[in-house]
Design a protein around this ligand. Structure first.
Ligand code: WTA
Length: 658
């Protein structure tokens, strides 16, 4: 099969040679009995009780899975629990109150440690404050904070009172925030005055203010003072200072609200094939069970570990593996506000060294940067505390995988974990205490997960051939629906490969992949109009419409381009109304518009001006061709184009640019 880019990727970089986990790792691993795969198979869906048993339930569930309204599956539906209770109270009760829950490393070198008791106290105070200011069970609270401790605190405070949170990545724009608050009908916002960007104070409050202007609903806002005198701010009506609230509610506690397992824990907006971001809904019981289980079985987290996932809580990875998974297991989770290269390129290794981090989890784009910077930086530090490494967010090829294992991990196991906002938790990965690792391949589906690589007709493809990554049978962490849009949930994920009349449902991930003879899956990339930039999922349509909004722009097409380092960059083709081939004003306006519609992460690395975009005779823009052109690929037959001569013009423009 050829993917939408027209590449037959079957011939790409081969999988590296396999590594076996060391005996010493296996001996201490949480899960090391290979019988687990058969055990899950033989007792499905009952096997998932193993995950649910990692939690404390207010009312135990009797049913594991209810599937009579597929694909709206319900997990542990008659059980009741509270996520904040599971992440806090029960650890206090089990004598771990003085154990560190969060170790925070600030951008300016600040450090804060929260014990489980500290976290419990602050979460309770903030939960009391939210409730007092009007938040009721099931109200959606939007959180727009950078990587400061108040972010997980606000999430847990919401969970405590049964108010679903919707965290919006702090780097997204005012417009993006407004769209998400509007879509979720959210009347509460937790934000901050600003944050530091490479030492400069950056104003977050003004973005939040701008977002509020466009909203119909009245919004009540809590503002965390992150910058103090570095950025004075004024509070308006219905705005409160976080620290004042803490004083007002000092020492107060709030009983955790017992939630139905199927009640919404949170919403997370992500990009999809059409312009509108999708509000992915996660349910309390199944999500928490699945993240706790994978934190235990895949990330091998133990309560006494110091564990660090260097992601941002503004995305799903941080929700599942900085906050909920590790805290449910009662471990110490490190939270880092800064970037890997500030003040210097050894910043992460200095933190690993000083905190004696046991497990480190990051994205391939970061690993490729570490590799480029060279091993001198990690070599300056003692990284021998590391027992396990993880990667997530993009495919990782064997070379950076091997470099990571050797130079960061001192040859410890590496788990390449495939999952998505929609899967909630890891679904494909090796189990590090059992399986061989094959660099360049995520691994087999986890026990209980029925991933299949299929062709257009839904038939399994032969090993080695490229197909679509789908999942048969539901799993506990799966998205329950898209907020307020059951119909889109079905069309986006289920329609393509299901046969509803036969009662057969199969989830489509939007990714292509291939499987080898041992059942190991290598994920290749997206088939839809989503570009994965440094682990940020961006919809090409969103970017294109931000460009098309600029005065003077006629049309735009955006594609992903692989840079020399293997990172994906945004490449934009723009035609102007005047037909002018380059225009500094328009160039600047494009940049500004994207920043204000989405955020600076969506800024194109390259903008190519062209008199026209290549189109088919029926007038469709040939994105596939544009992607090949951007990537310097050999071009196939262009005779089907209405305007084939344009290709040469574009190539010439790229030549000038490059
Ligand atoms: C990609 C992030 C290859 C994939 C947790 C998926 C990966 C999308 C891997 C989801 C991996 C994630 N190997 N590709 N190990 N992990 N992806 O929703 O394309 O931000 O569909 O969730 O990232 O991105 P999302």
């Amino acid at each position: 099969m050829v993917d939408r880019n027209g590449w037959d990727r079957d011939a790409s970089e081969p999988i590296g040679s396999a590594h076996t986990p060391s005996d010493s790792f296996v001996e201490q691993a949480n899960v090391s009995d290979s019988g687990i795969y058969d055990e899950f198979e033989a007792n499905w869906p009952g096997c998932w009780e193993r995950a649910a048993d990692l939690l404390s339930w207010d009312d135990p569930y009797e049913t594991v899975l209810e599937d009579d309204d597929a694909p709206f599956y319900r997990w542990f539906p008659d059980g009741r629990l509270n996520a904040a209770y599971n992440c806090l109270d029960r650890h206090l009760e089990s004598g771990r109150k003085n154990h560190a829950a969060i170790r925070w490393e600030g951008k300016q070198g600040e450090r804060r440690t929260y014990t489980y008791r500290d976290l419990y106290v602050e979460v309770n105070e903030f939960a009391a404050a939210l409730r007092d200011r009007g938040v009721e069970e099931d109200d959606v609270v939007t959180i727009y904070l950078p990587m400061i401790p108040e972010l997980p605190i606000a999430m847990l405070a919401c969970a405590r009172i049964g108010a679903p949170h919707s965290v919006v990545f702090a780097g997204l724009s005012a417009d993006a925030l407004a769209t998400r608050m509007d879509a979720a009908d959210s009347e509460y916002l937790v934000t901050c005055d600003g944050y530091y960007r490479r030492g400069d104070a950056f104003n977050q409050k003004s973005k939040a203010d701008n977002a509020r202007i466009g909203l119909e609903q009245d919004v009540r806002t809590v503002v965390v003072d992150r910058l103090g005198d570095d950025l004075p701010h004024v509070l308006g009506e219905n705005e409160w200072d976080y620290h004042d609230l803490r004083e007002e509610f000092a020492g107060e506690t709030v009983d955790p609200v017992s939630r139905d397992a199927e009640d919404m824990l949170f919403l997370m907006y992500t990009s999809g094939t059409t312009g509108e971001p999708k509000g992915v809904v996660h349910a309390t019981g199944g999500y928490l069970s699945h993240v706790a289980w994978t934190s235990h079985a895949v990330l091998d987290i133990k309560p006494e570990d110091t564990y660090w996932c260097a992601a941002d809580i503004g995305w799903i990875t941080g929700h599942s593996y900085i906050v909920y998974g590790p805290l449910a297991l009662g471990t110490t989770t490190v939270m880092y506000e800064g970037t890997p290269d500030y003040p210097d390129r050894d910043r992460l290794w200095e933190i690993v060294d000083r905190n004696a981090v046991d497990i480190f989890y990051t994205a391939p784009t970061a690993i490729r940067a570490f590799m480029k910077w060279g091993s001198d930086y990690p070599d300056r530090h003692d990284l021998s505390s590391l027992r396990l490494l993880g990667t997530v967010g993009e495919p990782i090829s064997p070379r950076p995988w091997n470099w990571y294992r050797e130079h960061i991990g001192g040859n410890c196991p590496v788990v390449d974990t495939w999952w998505q906002t929609e899967t909630g938790a890891v679904t494909i990965s090796t189990l590090p205490g059992i399986d061989q690792m094959k660099p360049g391949s995520a691994g087999p589906p986890l026990p209980g997960i029925d991933a299949r690589i299929v062709d257009e007709a839904g038939e399994a493809v032969a090993p080695g051939r490229t197909g679509y990554l789908t999942i048969d049978r539901p799993w506990p962490g799966m998205a329950r629906t898209l907020y307020d849009n059951d119909e889109r949930f079905v069309t986006e994920y289920w329609q393509r490969f299901s046969d509803p009349d036969a009662g057969e449902w199969r989830y489509f991930s939007g990714d292509t992949a291939r499987i080898d003879d041992d059942g190991y899956i290598t994920v290749l990339g997206r088939v839809d109009d989503v570009i994965n930039v440094s682990g940020h999922r961006l919809g090409t349509m969103e970017i294109e419409s931000a460009i098309a909004d600029v005065d003077g722009v006629a049309e735009a097409a955006v594609v992903g381009r692989s840079s020399e380092t293997g990172d994906t960059e945004i490449y934009a083709y723009v035609s102007t109304e005047s037909g002018q081939d380059d225009d500094a004003t328009i160039r600047r306006a494009i940049r500004d518009n994207i920043e204000s519609a989405i955020g600076s992460i969506a800024r194109p690395a390259t903008v190519i001006f062209t008199s026209e975009l290549p189109k088919t005779r029926s007038g469709k823009i040939m994105r596939r061709l544009l992607e090949d052109v951007a990537n310097g690929e050999e071009l196939g037959d262009t005779s089907a184009l209405r305007n084939p001569e344009i290709v040469g013009e574009i190539q010439a423009a790229i030549g000038e640019e490059g």
